[in-house]
Design a binder for this molecule. Sequence first.
Ligand SMILES: *[C@@H]1O[C@H](CO)[C@@H](O)[C@H](O)[C@H]1NC(C)=O
Ligand SMILES: *[C@@H]1O[C@H](CO)[C@@H](O)[C@H](O)[C@H]1NC(C)=O
Ligand SMILES: *[C@@H]1O[C@H](CO)[C@@H](O)[C@H](O)[C@H]1NC(C)=O
Ligand SMILES: *[C@@H]1O[C@H](CO)[C@@H](O)[C@H](O)[C@H]1NC(C)=O
Ligand SMILES: *[C@@H]1O[C@H](CO)[C@@H](O)[C@H](O)[C@H]1NC(C)=O
Ligand SMILES: *[C@@H]1O[C@H](CO)[C@@H](O)[C@H](O)[C@H]1NC(C)=O
Ligand SMILES: *[C@@H]1O[C@H](CO)[C@@H](O)[C@H](O)[C@H]1NC(C)=O
Length: 916
Amino acid sequence: MERPRFCSIFFILLLLALVSLDWISWAWTAPDCIIADSLLFPNLSYYVQFCTLAPGLHLVASCSNVKDMAQTLERVPRDTEVLCLQGMVSSLPANAFDDFHSLQLLRLQLGAINITSRTFQGLDQLQYLFFEHHAPCCLSLFLPPNCLETLRSLSSLSFQGYCLNYSQNINLPTSLRHLTLRNSCLTKLQELQRLFPSLLLGSSPTPSIKLRTPFLEVLDLSYNLQLKQVGVRALHGLKLRSLILDGTTLKTFDLTGSGLLHLDFLSLVGTGIEKLPGSVTGYSELRALDLGKNQIQNNLENGDIPSYKALEFLGLHDNYLQSLPIRFLSTLPQLQRLNLSMNKLGPTLEIPEGVFSTNLRVLDLSHNHLCDVPHGAFLPQLQELWLSGNNISSLSNESMQGLRGLRTLDLSWNQIKVLKPGWLSHLPALTTLNLLGTYLEIISGIQLQGPQMLRHLKLGSVEMLDIYPPWFPMLLSLEIQAEACIRFMSLSGEPFLLLENLTLQASYVLRQPDTTTIHFPSLRRLTLRGYSLMLSTSQLQRFFPQQLPLLEHFSIWCDNDNAVDLHLFGMPRLRVLELGYLNFFYESSTVKLEMLLKELPQLQALALSHLNIRNLSVSSFKGLHHLKLLLLSSQLALEMDSNLQEFIPQMPPYVYFSNVTFTCQCEVSWVESWATQAPNTFVYGLEKSICMANASDYSNTLLFSFLATHCPHDTEFWGFLISFTLVLLLTILPLIGCHKWSWLHYLQTLLHACWWKLGGHRLRGQFNYDVFISYCEMDQAWVLEELVPVLEKPPPEGEGLRLCLPARDFGIGNDRMESMIACMSKSRSTLCVLTGQALASPWCNLELRLATYHLIARPGTARLLLLFLEPVDRQKLHGYHRLSRWLQKEDYFDLSQGGVEWDTFCEQLKRQLRKA
Ligand SMILES: *[C@@H]1O[C@H](CO)[C@@H](O)[C@H](O)[C@H]1NC(C)=O
Ligand SMILES: *[C@@H]1O[C@H](CO)[C@@H](O)[C@H](O)[C@H]1NC(C)=O
Ligand SMILES: *[C@@H]1O[C@H](CO)[C@@H](O)[C@H](O)[C@H]1NC(C)=O
Ligand SMILES: *[C@@H]1O[C@H](CO)[C@@H](O)[C@H](O)[C@H]1NC(C)=O
Ligand SMILES: *[C@@H]1O[C@H](CO)[C@@H](O)[C@H](O)[C@H]1NC(C)=O
Ligand SMILES: *[C@@H]1O[C@H](CO)[C@@H](O)[C@H](O)[C@H]1NC(C)=O
Ligand SMILES: *[C@@H]1O[C@H](CO)[C@@H](O)[C@H](O)[C@H]1NC(C)=O
């Protein structure tokens, strides 16, 4: 299990170690960029500002403060599917995104940018392209006519806060379905024709444009505040399905004669209109009309009513309606969804016969001051009834009569104090019931009897809520909220046999009597929120005494200042753990992170916020072999133990810091090179973190600038060098007594013998190369001119070793990382050419640590040979003792002492390499 993982990590790290010697400036982690896999932790956007997502896309890169586009893009993983860029750059050069072949969504918030006609070249997969600028409106944006032509998959294009005043004749790809020009400075629809002539083919008199089928389906022109008159004739020829004109100041709108015969959906939210748009016939094909946030009041019933024979959805929310527009509604035979929320239809509402079409499925009457469930002609077909935020206090059997088909009933945030048994008896099809925000104090399964299919239930009380048996074991999701306390009274056995999602929000959750046990055998997702009193292992254990064998996602948000003494156990499948507001460092707290995380073998994502953790050390993460994501949010005075460095090779690939304050101390100086250059880890947020010297330090010093100014540069690095040289000396000392080079000869004979023994078992064919050679740029000349010719010299004079050299053998244009991995895995051994200069880069230092880490982890499988070209100053050394134990003395070659017998050395080296 462990072996392949270690092995691959080993290779990657070693490769990175080597790559670093060549491209010191190249780094994995991009400052100011967050790289994420949204599958791993869907709730990331709750903690850190995030990017737009689209269905099916999960590899995300989001960069802010972009100033140098090329530099930013260089650091973004090439396989990202979503890319959001925010900052100020003046231009997007040609082929800017050439390497991002998987990119499907691109959101640019870059101020006033110049786009060239070849900027988007190569983005074959791009489906969504967004240009956004937030207030103040608007920036001007110039698009060359051909810049979008190559986007063969583009289906959605959006401009927000930009004016396209100087652009014209922009060719749109025929795959485009959705075009948004929001918060822009359109004054007339005719301007669209100038911008996108290919849209409006019907009106184009030019025969030279070949008649293609018009392609656009959705046109969103909302918040164009200057768009006052819509001469819809301008849209003639479009076969639009949806037209969105929200937030424009159209007082009247008439589609008559527009030729928009295929329009399905018209949205006029917040336009201030007082009358229904349209003449008697113009809208006869419209299927959806949203007129929310307008001033329609009771004008609907006056005068001629336009004909909307095909209307299926009607939005009339927030329109000051005081009574049901009966006359109007009865002319809508196809109506399926009606949204009347946020009006003033209450306190009582009578629904006369025949008002609603028999097709009505969804009715929203939320926030209407209703004191009762509407009386009258409800429909057996109605599937969803939304009555949230009204003033309904009593519910009885009669109130629900006639709703045989109802599946979803939302009664949240009403004045409900009692539920009479049987009140749901007329709702046999109900699956989802929302009773949050009631005044109930007691509830039992009896009060919810009737619907056989009830699967999703939300219950909430402003005080405390007691749950009594009999309960029904068929629920799949349950959410219970109470200000003070939730008590499970005499429930035992398996009242929650099938429950998958459970959310409990209260200060206390209790069972009565204490001896009962409740099982949750199917639970997958558990959320505990709002404990203001002590939450402890024993409390948790009392409530969940059994294993939670299927639990995958556990989220605890407390609300307390008391210490927490928590230990999670019996959750063998837990993948995601979110902890917030648990006080970990209170004096009486005995159990820390280490204890808490001890038994979570499958954990992949760990999010810790407001925990008052003071110290992170390697012991906390010991058992978490599958951890992929670590998020630390809102922590004060955090210390990171220097022993965490040893954990670097196993660090999760995604590490995020959000609002974390560190203690100003030099021990964490390793963090900087890790965060900015960590191989294979995406670290986010450290460059913004601040540190505090003491509790009253409010100077907001950035951690990195503290390290730069106060900590001797690279203490760690020198520590490494010192120990490293010591190791060398210890290795060499016993041999120094002999003739200067006799130990080499000794080794030579030893190896020679081995060579003959092993020679026959070589599996040369398995590898393309014998040696992968890694070196710093400054040593390149020596390597290419001296070392390589000798090693490659063909037999009989030489050994004819097959070498892999990054400078020579990596294909041009190939990804360096990939080439490196490929080349490395095809080489039998790795030879590092080291000099003081090479080691003096913190990057090399870090990487060598990684390499040696793996020598420790996998002794015997990794062949790493070190070749010293220069003496290393002893003075500067300390603490790099590890290497000595794992590198064999014959793995060092020291050419630093001058007067090298070149031939002897080469012979020696060749033997050693072949032995690998
Ligand atoms: C994310 O977590 C917070 C805190 O638990 C919660 O309030 C929020 O609903 C979660 N969001 C999602 C999308 O799950
Ligand atoms: C964009 O290009 C035009 C001319 O090519 C130039 O005048 C303008 O300054 C450029 N804008 C920016 C923001 O660089
Ligand atoms: C674009 O044109 C509109 C109207 O023609 C004008 O109000 C607006 O200021 C112009 N915007 C820019 C950035 O030039
Ligand atoms: C009704 O409209 C409001 C406001 O847009 C919206 O929040 C609500 O979800 C809608 N109701 C339904 C059932 O879609
Ligand atoms: C809610 O109903 C009660 C009577 O049941 C009434 O006293 C109260 O004024 C109503 N509140 C609102 C906001 O209509
Ligand atoms: C449980 O919650 C998750 C996340 O919110 C959701 O995707 C899933 O559908 C829920 N399952 C049930 C049975 O409600
Ligand atoms: C940042 O962290 C501090 C310390 O934990 C906390 O008090 C503060 O509320 C956090 N700020 C935000 C915006 O979360």
